[in-house]
Design a protein around this ligand. Structure first.
Ligand SMILES: [Cu+2]
Length: 166
């Protein structure tokens, strides 16, 4: 009957491999990341208090109307009314893309996760049922924005509007 032969050599090899693997992983992890150039635009924090600008937002099937469509930088209050028959929502995004070039995904929705869009504020459809009015205050810096409704395929059907902050 043979005695079981111990193989300490094997363990050394395994240990060496393990160390090697860890070292490799470490090297990979420490590779410099390609910085995604996150530019947080400074809010226009002027010393003097800028006046609150009101924007009336009227949502219907299937349109969003802003009044006015150009506002000065600073505090803006959107007064969002659903004058339609079904729930809508109010999604404010910052983007340099023109209104007819916004990224979509299947189902007629705007692709809100697209890197060229930056979510700013939102009034959920639960708060914007038929006949509801919701105020929403935000501080906006200079730039181009869009307001859309992403309920079902409302976006594709025309629920989008451009806003310029100057
Ligand atoms: Cu809608």
């Amino acid at each position: 009957m043979k005695k079981p032969v111990k193989k300490p050599v094997l363990w050394v090899v395994v240990a060496a491999l393990a160390v090697g693997t860890i070292a490799c992983n470490k090297e990979q992890a420490s590779e410099p990341e390609s910085s995604p150039a996150v530019s947080t635009a400074p809010q226009s924090a002027s010393a003097k208090k800028s006046a609150l600008t009101k924007v009336t937002v009227t949502e219907t099937e299937m349109a969003i109307k802003l009044s006015p469509t150009t506002v000065p930088a600073g505090p803006v209050e959107f007064v969002v009314s659903n004058k339609g028959k079904v729930p809508h929502e109010f999604v404010l995004l910052r983007t340099d893309l023109p209104l007819d070039k916004l990224p979509t995904k299947t189902g007629g929705k705007l692709d809100e996760k697209n890197k060229q869009l930056k979510a700013i504020a939102e009034v959920d459809e639960d708060d914007l049922k038929k006949g509801a009015t919701k105020p929403l205050k935000v501080i906006l810096s200079k730039g181009r924005y869009v307001v859309i409704c992403n309920v079902d395929n409302h976006f594709e059907q025309g629920m989008k509007a451009a806003l310029t902050v100057q």
